[in-house]
Design a protein around this ligand. Structure first.
Ligand code: ATP
Length: 378
């Protein structure tokens, strides 16, 4: 498929674009106590792309918590990384002190050195398109030491230096996220570097967290396809098509909301296959057998099985799953059945017969349940 990268809107007046998208940033100007403060990362990129609002990330050459406090709202401080969160109007803002990072061992979290300059802070970032800043104290201008704007215009993802994926291999997963979202390509040197990235150097938790962020993208299936092309993950057979199918199913009733979209897409693309194959192979002849099979399955397995062709699951979801008895345990007790496992057996038998259309109404349910309970009683 030929994909058209998004295009960059030429912005005549950066200040106008900035403050109409983020009017509340005007306040930051006065509250930074003379310290240089910048809008950075995704918000700058998306502003140039002419997209709507993004999450606000600020970098201050000074104390992040102090700025957060002055901005008001609830302040959450993270001392190790010298970061804080604050509420600005209706929006949450992430604030970080400008810092440089070094990576003692590939894949580890970085050692952080607070530094004075925005230049160091931009130099630690993943791709040029995410390594731009706009100062909020003076006339807004684009600070773009790595020529991110050019790459944005060309639709290219480019790392800032050749050790980037060694320092942090999760950037390779981020590349798939941006590649899928924007239809961007890897710049040739970055393409060569990404193929040598080693996701094994990252903890399973971090890897999964980034994969789930990819899976949450509207174009997640394309992102998984890219990871496969780059040789970074083993896709399950037909995994890309299956992920697309799962995304489609979960987008409308009756499957909408049945399973978390990100987990379902991740399982569709990468596996491991769970019990869904059994559900596809099964052609339960009776509703009670269908319920027996499907009730104990995880929602993700159900969606995957449906996407793989188990159409009978529609009937389970829309009808059989909802079938309930009109009677309960207390009715059996009142009918003289003794407290104990026999009650559960009796109710189960009545539900099976009801599902299969053999009985209906309270009276018949009670008769079947009492009879089955008596048989089950020791
Ligand atoms: P999104 O639009 O998906 O929120 P974002 O660009 O805002 O994307 P975040 O994960 O919120 O992404 O990160 C904010 C910024 O922090 C990025 O734009 C990038 O500059 C930087 N960043 C995040 N993760 C990394 C990383 N692993 N390595 C280097 N820089 C990173």
């Amino acid at each position: 498929m030929v994909r058209m990268p998004m295009t960059v809107k030429p912005i005549d007046d950066l200040s106008d674009a900035l403050y109409s998208a983020y009017p509340e940033l005007v306040a930051v100007h006065d509250l930074a106590a003379g310290r240089p403060v910048y809008l950075v990362g995704g918000a700058v990129r998306d502003l140039l792309l002419g997209h709507g609002r993004a999450d606000i990330d600020l970098v201050i050459e000074g104390n992040a918590a102090a700025l957060a406090t002055r901005l008001g709202g609830e302040v959450v401080e993270h001392e190790r990384f010298a970061t804080a969160k604050a509420q600005l109007g209706e929006h949450e803002v992430d604030i970080a002190a400008a810092r440089a990072e070094t990576y003692p061992r590939p894949g580890d979290l970085p050692e952080v050195e607070p530094t004075a300059g925005i230049a160091d802070d931009l130099a630690r970032r993943d791709f040029t398109i995410n390594a731009m800043a706009i100062p909020l104290q003076r006339d807004p201008e684009l600070i773009d030491p790595h020529r991110g704007r050019e790459d944005l215009e060309a639709g290219l993802l480019r790392v800032l230096h050749s050790r980037s994926f060694e320092d942090d291999p999760t950037r390779a997963l981020r590349a798939a996220r941006y590649g899928a979202r924007f239809g961007f390509e890897l710049e040739p040197e970055t393409a060569a570097l990404i193929r040598a990235a080693d996701l094994g150097a990252v903890s399973a938790d971090r890897r999964r967290a980034e994969l789930l962020r990819l899976a949450a993208e509207p174009e997640a299936a394309r992102g998984f396809e890219l990871l496969g092309e780059w040789g970074l993950v083993d896709l399950r057979a037909e995994g890309v098509a299956l992920a697309a199918r799962v995304a489609e199913l979960l987008a409308s009733p009756p499957w909408q909301g049945v399973a978390p979209r990100d987990r379902a897409l991740l399982a569709a693309a990468l596996g491991p296959p769970g019990g869904e194959e059994d559900l596809v192979a099964a052609h339960p002849q009776k509703p009670s057998l269908a319920v027996e099979m499907a009730d104990r399955r995880e929602p993700v397995e159900l969606v995957l099985a449906r996407a793989l062709g188990a159409e009978w699951l529609d009937r389970y979801l829309l009808g059989w799953r909802q079938v309930a008895l009109e009677i309960g345990g207390e009715d059996l007790l009142a009918a003289g059945v003794r407290q104990g496992p026999a009650i559960g057996r009796g109710l189960k038998e009545a539900l099976i017969r009801k599902l299969d259309g053999e009985i209906s109404g309270r009276e018949q349910e009670l008769r079947v349940a009492v009879e089955a309970a008596r048989w089950a009683a020791p």
